[in-house]
Design a protein around this ligand. Structure first.
Ligand SMILES: Cc1cc2nc3c(=O)[nH]c(=O)nc-3n(C[C@H](O)[C@H](O)[C@H](O)COP(=O)(O)O)c2cc1C
Length: 188
């Protein structure tokens, strides 16, 4: 009997700051992922602002890299803050660049998402906007579990470790569900 192949996930985080709760939540997902799953983190910090005139000269190198990483991934994990009730511009900008034809690489990809914020909503509005973009780009966002980490300032210690046991369980469940979803829709 052959062993099932591991799922390769590309994680895209919408916060660039070093002490980010969302980057810390992503580290938690890497810590709690199921055996065999690998998670690579995209670097979207050097992507320029979207400009069709720039695109006319070709995709900038960091966009090429991101598009290649997305195309190669079995599944995607978005980890997003909420800015003004939506996803941050840096994340939307990265999605906008990567989504341009030809061969937009998001199509068909299974997607999980989560987010953290000091507010009580824990990025619920940002994630629902992100889901809308996923739909337009023909991704397959996982419905549940939804992972909204509210009151984040009370749930991460000084070293950036996510200490909330219930929340850690949700992240673990999310990564297991992403693995099952990726196999269910035949991407692995
Ligand atoms: C421009 C801006 C807008 C924000 N808007 C929201 C918001 O709509 N909802 C929310 O819960 N937090 C909001 N915040 C607070 C962020 O959730 C907080 O800065 C959070 O720490 C960002 O995520 P990070 O820790 O991963 O960088 C906003 C922050 C900024 C800088």
């Amino acid at each position: 009997m052959s062993e099932a192949k591991g799922i390769g996930v590309l994680a895209i985080c919408g916060s660039l700051r070093t002490g980010s709760y969302n980057r810390a939540a992503l580290r938690t997902a890497i810590e709690l992922k199921p055996p065999g799953m690998t998670i690579e983190t995209a670097d979207i910090g050097s992507i320029p602002l979207y400009n069709e005139d720039v695109l006319a000269r070709g995709f900038p190198a960091p966009v090429e890299t991101l598009r290649r990483q997305i195309a190669a991934a079995d599944a995607l994990l978005f980890v997003t803050p909420e800015y003004n009730y939506s996803m941050p511009g840096v994340l939307k900008n990265a999605i906008d660049w990567a989504s341009r034809p030809p061969d937009q690489p998001f199509a068909g990809k299974p997607v999980a998402m989560m987010g953290a914020s000091p507010g009580m909503g824990g990025t619920v509005r940002a994630q629902y906007d992100l889901r809308r973009s996923c739909v337009f780009l023909d991704m397959h966002p996982l419905n549940k579990p939804e992972v909204f980490i509210g009151a984040a300032q009370t749930k991460f210690d000084a070293a950036g470790r996510f200490t909330d046991e219930a929340g850690r369980g949700f992240i673990r469940d999310l990564m297991v569900a992403l693995e099952q979803w990726t196999r269910q829709i035949g991407r692995k």
